[in-house]
Design a binder for this molecule. Structure first.
Ligand SMILES: *Cc1c(COP(=O)(O)O)cnc(C)c1O
Length: 480
């Protein structure tokens, strides 16, 4: 909000201040004298008390405003400004050395900035209510079919099998491909644990390999080195919106007769050579968790061009029940179904996915502009040959020694930034599966992800930049 909306002159009447507060909806007006100095504040409570005490709306406020009030100075550290907020004070004027109003800080706008947020301003509510009123709220219904069709179409793939989440999608894909005991599956060291967990569920042995330094995605070279006669599949993960080198990975898979299962949980709509991710794997898996590019609350999908695998996954998803004979089970299946309610939201999300991606891309461009002169911050590569990344979070690298400093500074100011994933190879339960992973260990210690919520704007990005700069300079001042 513009500062002017919060400002009144000291000659104003009670009515003027009421109008000001009514319009700014912040419950407060900052009062300036004719020279532009901040001389007082008035809250809606102050006004109420004046009226109760018999003052009229045309009386001047000058004698009644609060002349002692909490304010911050332009050079105050953000953490010190935040420290001035309490349960009563939710908005603060910020002044320069001459006591002139230059800005304001608001608890609601500044104190909590979440990392990601679903954007559901299209037909989400309408379709959800439609599904609700139809009473088809379980896992049969029109929206399931529609969501599967619309999303797989969007990816340029024939069939979609919606699941309860991204992890069950991965497990379903591996199981449908018959992967299990005695098999090896190659996964990258930097990913969310669900990728490797799904492999472990099947009884197969995961093999963790290093990543590329420029893309942070699984290294084709390291895949090749890790192949053994037991290797059955590769799970390339398009990490933080960046597509893997699908050209080389497909060649390796073909030469060695391996399946590719793409993990696209973080990269809906990303492309390799103008072809969408999800269209390279024999099966590809998506997540629609609340913080992903598009969401169904919880949810996932396997997509494939293979009719037989499509059928197999549908049976496995539904307890392994025979399609022709009710309550006759041919395989040990699962209940990995998505509900029609979730699919209703998903259907509306797919309608707007291009718009959502465009908005995200635009936001990342703003970050890039604002961060341009931060020489010690490296933004995620966005011009790698043949790859068109999408913007999920805004991912950056900083000096390893300063990363936690910066995270703490952001956190102290209510900004929900996150470190990169801990490399799988650094966690005790997965260590035994790991090959040498030098690059991932280096990158993960330098990386952090910044918010991409819909409330982000240039001002907030500037603020994040300021906090990063202070984090780069300071020695662990923000430990809280
Ligand atoms: C989110 C995510 C998953 C798991 O998805 P859920 O829907 O949370 O089960 C799998 N892989 C990666 C890379 C993810 O980011």
């Amino acid at each position: 909000m513009e500062l002017e909306k919060l400002v009144c002159n000291s000659k104003a009447t009670i009515k003027d201040v009421m109008t000001c507060i009514d319009e700014n909806a912040k419950g407060i007006a900052f009062v300036e004298d004719d020279t532009g100095r901040l001389v007082g504040v008035m809250t809606d409570g102050d006004i109420r008390r004046l009226l109760i005490n018999g003052y009229g709306v045309n009386d001047s406020i000058e004698a009644h405003m609060r002349k002692e009030f909490v304010y911050a100075k332009i050079n105050d550290k953000p953490a010190d400004i935040v420290a001035k907020f309490n349960y009563r004070i939710r908005i603060l004027p910020i002044v320069n050395e001459s006591m002139q109003l230059v800005d304001y800080a608001s608890y609601d706008e500044n104190v909590h900035m979440s990392l990601a947020q679903p954007q559901m301003s299209g037909n989400e509510y309408k379709y959800l209510m439609d599904a609700f009123l139809s009473t088809w709220i379980s896992s049969t219904g029109n929206y399931i079919t529609r969501f599967e069709k619309d999303f797989s179409n969007y990816c340029g793939v024939k069939y979609g099998v919606a699941t309860s989440n991204g992890t069950t999608a991965l497990h379903l894909a591996l199981t449908a491909l018959g992967i299990g005991n005695g098999d090896e599956v190659i996964v990258p060291d930097i990913t969310f644990a669900a990728t490797i967990n799904a492999v472990v569920y099947t009884g197969a042995t995961p093999v963790i390999v290093d990543i590329e330094e420029d893309s942070w995605c699984i290294s084709p070279e390291k895949i090749e080195e890790a192949i053994t006669p037991r290797t059955k599949a590769i799970i390339p993960v398009h990490i933080y919106g960046q597509p893997c080198d699908m050209g080389r990975i497909c060649t390796i898979a073909e030469q060695n007769n391996l399946h590719i299962i793409e993990d696209c949980a973080e990269a809906h709509g990303a492309e390799w050579k103008n072809k969408k991710v999800g269209s390279f794997g024999i099966i590809s898996c998506f997540s629609f968790f609340g913080n992903k590019v598009i969401t169904t609350g919880e949810g996932g999908m396997c997509i494939t061009d293979d009719e037989e695998l499509n059928e197999k996954m549908r049976i496995l998803r539904d307890h392994g029940m025979s399609k022709d004979k009710k309550y006759y089970h041919e395989v040990v299946g699962f209940n990995y179904r998505m509900t029609n309610l979730q699919a209703a939201i998903g259907t509306a999300q797919v309608e707007r996915i291009d718009e959502i991606l465009e908005w995200r891309e635009h936001l990342e461009e703003k970050y890039r502009e604002v961060f341009r002169d931060l020489r010690r911050v490296t933004l995620q590569a966005n011009t790698l040959t043949d790859r068109k990344k999408i913007s999920w979070l805004v991912s950056i690298l900083v000096n390893e020694d300063k990363r936690d400093n910066i995270l703490a500074a952001l956190k102290a100011n209510g900004i929900d930034a996150r470190p990169f994933f801990t490399p799988l190879s650094e966690m005790e339960i997965y260590q035994k599966y790991a090959r040498e992973c030098k690059v991932s260990r280096m990158i993960s210690k330098m990386g952090l992800n910044l918010p991409t919520t819909y409330e982000m704007n240039l001002e907030k990005i500037e603020r994040i930049k300021f906090l990063i700069m202070s984090g780069l300079k300071e020695e662990l001042n923000h430990r809280n």
